[in-house]
Every structure is written in structure tokens, then in C-alpha cells.
Design a protein around this ligand. Structure first.
Ligand SMILES: Nc1nc2c(ncn2[C@@H]2O[C@H](COP(=O)(O)OP(=O)(O)OP(=O)(O)O)[C@@H](O)[C@H]2O)c(=O)[nH]1
Ligand SMILES: [Mg+2]
Length: 203
């Protein structure tokens, strides 16, 4: 009886856990964003930009919002480290792709790396949030301009959104996260990952 009641309690009150993969070329601002996300959602935790170094391994961040637990995986974007990205694809519910909107010289690299990500079978149907980062800098391009520049046909195969953000002042981050949570909650891919894990509401 107790286990039945406990099972029901867990079913009702346990929040779904989602895995969000943060990708993008080196210096796009992924780790700075992750630390800003932590400081927004965990009230005060999170490193300041001056303490962040280029990522070689994996940074993990965990937050909770009203309905969901989110686990962020932030990987290194240097060319030699991008082969590691695909090891995380199968388990990811969604992708946040970060672009330095102030560095026109990085756009081509960012575009071709994103094309490769979107072509990968293991990410089929995963919602994609594209952050046009560094909006606090002069001369940045907007999220709409970035969308026009990228023009990827692979985008049509999944829910996607462009969002202007700054990992320094935090603008745009919360509405981006709200969007990605909503997408993951209703995503067919979430059902597939859940079925694979063989657990209800536990992936
Ligand atoms: N002005 C400004 N600078 C930023 C912003 N986000 C990141 N930066 C700076 O951009 C540089 C790279 O930031 P990182 O967070 O290390 O970039 P990354 O994408 O994690 O880089 P890798 O780990 O090498 O892949 C650092 O000097 C950051 O302080 C932002 O929103 N505004
Ligand atoms: Mg990093």
C-alpha cells in the first residue's frame, strides 16, 4: 500500500528531467552563458566571466524551474574538441546553439558546424534554440539578421527559435529557456527518450 501511494506521489510530484546540450564554436560564450543561467536560477551561484577559461572537458549545470529539472551539458567548441559533441546527442532532449553575434569572422565556421550538428541522425527532432549572444556589444547583429544569414533547410525538421541574449547582462536568457522547456515538454523526441529509458517521467 505504501509503495503504491509512494509511486503515485512520485508520479504526480516528480518533475521531468531534461538534458540540454549547449553547443557552438569556441569563444561563442557557452560557458559564460551557463554560469549566467546558474546565477539567474540558483540565485547567486555561478562564476563571473573573469573566472571562466576555455572548455576542454564537460561543464554540467543543474537548475529547476516550476515544471522541470534541467541538466545542461556545455562542451568545448575548439575544432579538435568538436568530435566529442556527438557522444552526447542520443541522450539530449534539446540543443542550445550559441553564436557570437558580434564576431562576423566566426559566422561561417558557426554555420558549417551547426549544419553538421543538424544533419546527425541521433539528434532527430530535437528542438533547437539559437542564441545570438553578446548583445551588450556594439555592432552585433540581431536575432532576425542571424536567422536570415543562416537560412538552413535542416531547420524545418524541428522546432527552432532565434533569441538575442547577453551572457553578461542576462537579457533574453529566461525567455529562451522558457521556450525550450515548453518545446521539450511537448516533443515527440521526449517520448522516444522516455520509452527508451523505460521510465515514466524519469528522464
Ligand atoms: N561582451 C560579452 N562578452 C561575452 C559574452 N559571453 C561571453 N563573452 C566573452 O567571450 C569569451 C569566450 O567566452 P566563453 O564562455 O569561454 O566561450 P565558450 O563558447 O565557452 O568557449 P569554448 O569553451 O572555448 O568553446 C570570454 O572572454 C567571455 O567573457 C557576452 O554576452 N558579452
Ligand atoms: Mg566553454
Amino acid at each position: 500500500m505504501f509503495s503504491l501511494a509512494y509511486g503515485l506521489w512520485k508520479y504526480i510530484f516528480n518533475k521531468t528531467e531534461f538534458h540540454v546540450l549547449i553547443l557552438g564554436v569556441d569563444k561563442a560564450g557557452k560557458t559564460t552563458l551557463l554560469e549566467k543561467i546558474k546565477s539567474i536560477y540558483l540565485k547567486g551561484e555561478g562564476l563571473t566571466p573573469d573566472r571562466i577559461v576555455p572548455t576542454v572537458g564537460l561543464n554540467i549545470g543543474r537548475i529547476e524551474d516550476a515544471n522541470a529539472k534541467l541538466v545542461f551539458w556545455d562542451l568545448g567548441g575548439q575544432v579538435g574538441l568538436r568530435t566529442i559533441w556527438e557522444k552526447y546527442y542520443q541522450e539530449a532532449h534539446a540543443i542550445i546553439y550559441v553564436i557570437d553575434a558580434a564576431a562576423a569572422s566566426s559566422f561561417e565556421d558557426a554555420k558549417s558546424a551547426l549544419e553538421k550538428v543538424l544533419r546527425h541522425e541521433d539528434l532527430k527532432g530535437a528542438p533547437l534554440l539559437i542564441f545570438a549572444n553578446k548583445q551588450d556589444l556594439p555592432g552585433v547583429i540581431t536575432d532576425e539578421e542571424l536567422a536570415r544569414y543562416l537560412q538552413l533547410k535542416e531547420l524545418d525538421e524541428r522546432p527552432y527559435k532565434f533569441q538575442a541574449v547577453s551572457a553578461y547582462d542576462g537579457r533574453g536568457i529566461k525567455s529562451g529557456i522558457d521556450w525550450v522547456v515548453e518545446q521539450m515538454e511537448r516533443s515527440k523526441r521526449t517520448e522516444v527518450l522516455r520509452a527508451r529509458a523505460g521510465l515514466t517521467g524519469q528522464i
